[in-house]
Design a protein around this ligand. Structure first.
Ligand SMILES: NC(=O)c1ccc[n+]([C@@H]2O[C@H](COP(=O)([O-])OP(=O)(O)OC[C@H]3O[C@@H](n4cnc5c(N)ncnc54)[C@H](O)[C@@H]3O)[C@@H](O)[C@H]2O)c1
Length: 317
């Protein structure tokens, strides 16, 4: 394959590229990343001599067309996004730029290059939240996003579904649950708990901490993406894959587990005013991805230990 991986200086994309270069050394990999606050180009250092790194914006259609032509790209894996819900509540416009116009730009590129496959990385947040008794969402369920972030991601998904039908571009969508692991931006929930606890500062928890998230270790997610890339017919019908490890946890329980690993007291927990529009629970039915033979390998306990260790080393260095 000749891959263009967008947003690969960020959390999930960097893991995808590191593993892809190791597992498929004959593939060519080009990375396009705008290097926002969420990026750290150093994550890609171990493979920098094996890839082509380009700093730029996916919404720059002229640039992306040139990259696709110059590098002979046959597959785009699109991780580039604005991803932090709280930031989207403060200012949705960067989210509209990248998550909507950026996807529109990649669609334009695929229209001009109809043999290029476009795997778009989306999120479970597009389905909106569930009550404690709702069944997990499956990939044909309606989209009911709650936050500006989720609405921008849902918009990108809808643009892509429309483009696949109207222009016949080869596309597929992956919707996954909350990822955790090394490389995540420090303002996200698990890194925040680790960072504040290590500094013996109050660990902020929204409301009573009873909101539930469904946690997926980042390399289990990148394995699922690799599996999707092996299914050519998925790109003929813009198939939507749900990816979940079925590991639902209350936020408060996740925070307590981290404090236990770090040997810190629960008295550090500090309950703060809830996020406006805060989704209560996410849960996905991932049977369509599991039917391809994918299954998660890392338990939440194992993944959380690896994650805590990585942040401890990073903060100590
Ligand atoms: N992290 C999660 O828990 C999670 C869960 C579900 C879905 N997702 C989705 O997975 C994808 C990757 O998420 P992440 O957590 O790795 O994100 P991240 O915020 O860690 O990284 C995003 C990367 O995209 C780059 N970027 C932003 N705007 C860009 C633009 N206009 N052009 C080029 N590059 C740009 C940033 O510089 C950064 O390197 C996103 O689409 C996100 O919606 C993430």
């Amino acid at each position: 394959m000749k891959l263009l991986v967008t947003g690969a200086a960020g959390f999930i994309g960097s893991h995808f590229v590191l593993r892809h270069v190791q597992n498929f050394p004959k593939d060519s990999v080009t990375v396009l990343d705008k290097l926002t606050y969420a990026a750290d180009k150093k994550f890609l250092d171990p493979v920098m001599s094996n890839i082509t790194f380009i700093e730029g914006d996916i919404a720059d259609t002229v640039l992306v067309k040139k990259i696709v032509k110059d590098q002979g790209i046959d597959t785009i894996v699109d991780f580039a996004a604005e991803t932090h819900v709280d930031r989207s509540i403060e200012d949705p416009f960067p989210f509209l730029h990248t998550n909507v116009l950026g996807v529109g730009s990649l669609i334009e590129v695929c229209k001009e290059n109809p043999s290029v496959r476009f795997l778009h990385i989306s999120t479970d947040e597009v389905y909106g939240d569930l009550t404690d008794t709702d069944p997990p969402k499956n990939s044909s369920d309606a989209l009911r996003p709650s936050s500006p972030y989720a609405a921008s991601k849902a918009s990108g998904d809808l643009l892509l579904l429309a483009a696949a039908r109207t222009y016949g571009i080869k596309a597929a969508i992956s919707r996954c649950t909350n990822n955790y692991g090394p490389h995540q931006a420090s303002e996200k929930f698990i890194p925040t708990v680790i960072r504040t606890a290590l500094a013996n500062k109050p660990v902020p928890i929204y409301a009573e901490g009873k909101n539930k998230r469904d946690w997926l270790f980042v390399t289990d997610h990148t394995d699922a993406i690799e599996t999707m890339l092996t299914v050519p017919e998925a790109f003929d019908e813009c198939r939507i894959f749900n990816v979940s490890a079925d590991s639902e946890q209350k936020n408060i329980d996740v925070a307590k587990k981290i404090l236990e690993i770090l040997g810190k007291p629960e008295s550090l927990l500090s309950f703060v005013k809830d996020r406006p529009g805060h989704d209560w629970r996410y849960a996905l039915d991932s049977s369509n991805t599991r039917a391809l033979g994918w299954k998660p390998k890392i338990s939440f306990e194992e993944g959380l230990k690896k994650t805590v260790e990585w942040y401890q080393n990073r903060l100590a260095s």
